[in-house]
Structures are given as structure tokens and as C-alpha cells.
Design a protein around this ligand. Sequence first.
Ligand code: GDP
Length: 354
Amino acid sequence: MANPYYESALTERAGVEQPMQVNPNFKRRKKAELTVDDYVKGILDGDRTILSRAITMIESENPAHIAIAQTIIERCLPHSGNSLRIGITGVPGVGKSTFIESFGGMLTAQGHKLAVLAIDPSSERTKGSILGDKTRMETLSVDPNAFIRPSPSGSALGGVARKTRESIILCEAAGFDIIIVETVGVGQSETVVKSMVDFFLLLMLAGAGDELQGIKRGIMEMADALVINKADGDNLPKAKGAASQYRAALKLFPKSDNGWDVPVEVCSAREGFALDKVWQIIQDFVTLTKGNGSFERTRNEQLINIFYHWIEYTLHNRFYNNESTQTKIEALLPLIQSKQISPYAAAAQLTETR
Ligand code: GDP
């Protein structure tokens, strides 16, 4: 008799054939390639789909795309510059996206066209970079007068900044008159955002006591206004208290040479409280700095900065993208490690022969 343990209780049946999960006739349709003329015309017509696709070209690392993107930018440049560029920073959780959602909504309701860009060098898009999360800014993201673009991916701040700077040009050419550039207040990215905006807003929270601990002094010095967010409910008196402490602290900072006194305000992004005050501050800043010439001067300095950045970027690429350079570098690395050649001499050997 057969051992019952070896007999399976399962019997195999012929079964039925599974229907196809995918329609075999379905072909993924490739997006039609656009010419540079198509891109430029679409952007100048304010076509957001084309604007988005052009920004994707800017963000691409593919040399062919970079060349197309550069031509698009060159052609859009004469139509750019007519916006007010506002940088917004603050630690995660301070309420940046809530603020941009309500502040931006207020601006679009007034008839402005708002583009929101972001700089977040630390995270890749897939890991939910700032503005990457679709649940943020729900109203603004469906507002026909708003255009929201998440941070370009990439770990090098220089690259991310370049892409955002170029996206600003395209957004302006597409008719957006207010550009908000958001960044997380945790590192170097503030300096970079400051270098591409007209007005830099620092959002803060009322801390328990030691207000000045949370945020680096350097970032406070860069700000054109400090706004304590979450000034609602029980938090309102605390926020007001924090505001007077910051006002006192700012008095110790050197006065900026554009003649602007950095104001400290409280607001509630969630309740929409005092957002109009923040907007008034920004408008006052623009009136003052346009009147005394510092608005234009700052923009000109920014252009010079772009010039130097581009030289560095181009030289860097030209140097490293050369195959023989790569081979030489690889040959030199073990020599440096085994101390047969100093890093200085090795670098000199590579750079002087080119
Ligand atoms: P972000 O990380 O700086 O973009 O901050 P979020 O906008 O995501 O906000 C972080 C949290 O703070 C969320 O739970 C918001 O609902 C809350 N928040 C934002 N603004 C306010 C505000 O003005 N008042 C209060 N009470 N909560 C707020």
C-alpha cells in the first residue's frame, strides 16, 4: 500500500486560460517631439503643458536636451524678468506649504499668475521632495492661475539651483508675474535661493523661550522679513512675544545697504490671518528698492553671478566629460593613495596639460 504521507491531497486540474491583462493592441503613444520653435511659442502663449515639458528638458542631463534647453532659454530671456521673485524658507513643519497655499491663493484671487518652484537638494523626487507630495497645496495645484513644479532631483546643490534659475526664466516668459521659490531651512540652499530672488521671507515658529536657537543666525541675516507662523488660538500671544524678541534681536544686526528695515510679523497660514500684511510688506520693499535703485542693482549682481556659475559649470563639464581625462584620473588615483605623487602635483599635471 502506498504511504499516505506521500500522497498529496492536491490534484492538478487543467484549469482555464487566464484572459490577457493588457490589451495586445495597446501601444504606448510617444509624445510628439517638439521643435525649439514649438517650445518657445507654447511658452510665450502661456501653455503650461509645454512649459512643463520645457522645464523637463532643463532638468535633463542628456547633452542633446541640454542643448535644446539652452536655445529655449536664450529665446525666452528677452521675455523674462518681469516678475517679482520671492524666496521662502523655514524649517520643515513651520508651515511653508500651508503658507504658499493660502498666500498664493490670495495672490491668484487678485489676478496674479503665480509659479511655485522649489529647491531641495537633499531628496530625490521619488522620496517625496518638497512640493513633490501631491497632497500638498491641493487648492493651488488646481488653480488655473498657478503653476507648481517640484524640486528638480539631483544631489548637487549647484545643479539643482541652475535648473531652478532657468525654470524661473521660462515661467516669466510664460507670463507668471510672481514666482515663489521654496526651500527647506536646513542648509546651504538658502544662500542659493537668496541669490535668485528679489525678496527673501523667513518663516519661523514661536519657540519655547530660546527663540534664536532654532534657526541659524546667517539665515536670519539674509531675510528681508521674518514672519512667525501659526499665530492662532493659544499660540497667538506666544507668537507675538516671539516677534518682539526677534525685533530686538534684529536691532543688533548690521543695517542692510538697501535702506530696508527688516520687519517682523506674525501670521496664521492655516487661518489666513495677516497674509495681506505680509503681502503689503513685500510691496513696500519693492517700492523702496525700486525707488532707490537697489532692486535693479541686486538683479544685475545676480546676472553676474549666473555668468560665473555658467563658466564654472561649462569648464567643469568640458573637463570631466573628456574620456582621456577620465583615464588619466583613474591612473593617478592609486599613485596619490600610495603617495607616489601628491594630490597637488597630480591635479596640476591634469589641468596644465589641457
Ligand atoms: P512645511 O513642512 O514647512 O511645508 O509645513 P506644512 O505646511 O506641511 O505644515 C506643517 C504642519 O503645520 C501641518 O500640520 C499644518 O497643518 C500645520 N500648520 C501650518 N500652518 C499653520 C498655522 O498657521 N497654524 C497652525 N495652527 N498650524 C499650521
